[in-house]
Design a protein around this ligand. Structure first.
Ligand SMILES: [Zn+2]
Length: 151
């Protein structure tokens, strides 16, 4: 079971009330996989309510810890796992899986087969940016990072 650094859980629930209402960050399940569905080259994908993390991508954030917990210095992993993918988890809990998948594919088609034009992704990235900016200001001094990394 992959875990985020402990302070991320209560913090995210405070700054993201909709996630808290949906069960909180602690209710989000993560699984490391060799390949994402459709062999997608994305970093992570929320599939049937669980967040799948592509091994090649997540390995550096796990390697220098106990193998199960994300190193707090790896803000890129926290950003995806805590501030982006839970957006999809919330959406997937609102409706049956098939309805969700069809809606997502329809948004992709309507957006000219571009991932970045999918309405749900636009919203998920907006949420990610918002929380990452606050998290970085609050957390950076504790991790020894002086500037927000580019990722
Ligand atoms: Zn997404």
């Amino acid at each position: 079971m992959i875990k985020l650094p402990a302070p991320v859980y209560p913090w995210t629930d405070i700054y993201w009330p909709e996630l808290a209402k949906a069960g909180g960050l602690a209710s989000v399940e993560y699984e490391v996989v060799d390949h994402l569905p459709f062999r997608a080259k994305a970093h992570a994908m929320t599939w049937r309510g669980r967040v799948l993390l592509r091994r090649e991508w997540i390995a550096p954030a796990l390697g220098d810890m106990d193998g199960n917990t994300i190193n707090p210095r790896h803000l890129w992993a926290i950003e995806t796992m805590a501030f982006h993918e839970p957006y999809h988890v919330i959406e997937q809990r609102k409706m049956p899986w098939r309805s969700y998948l069809l809606r997502y594919i329809w948004q992709w088609i309507r957006g000219g087969f571009s991932y970045r034009n999918i309405q749900e992704e636009i919203e998920a990235y907006a949420q990610e940016r918002k929380l990452a900016d606050i998290w970085f200001k609050w957390r950076a001094p504790l991790t020894g990072l002086r500037s927000r990394p580019n990722w």
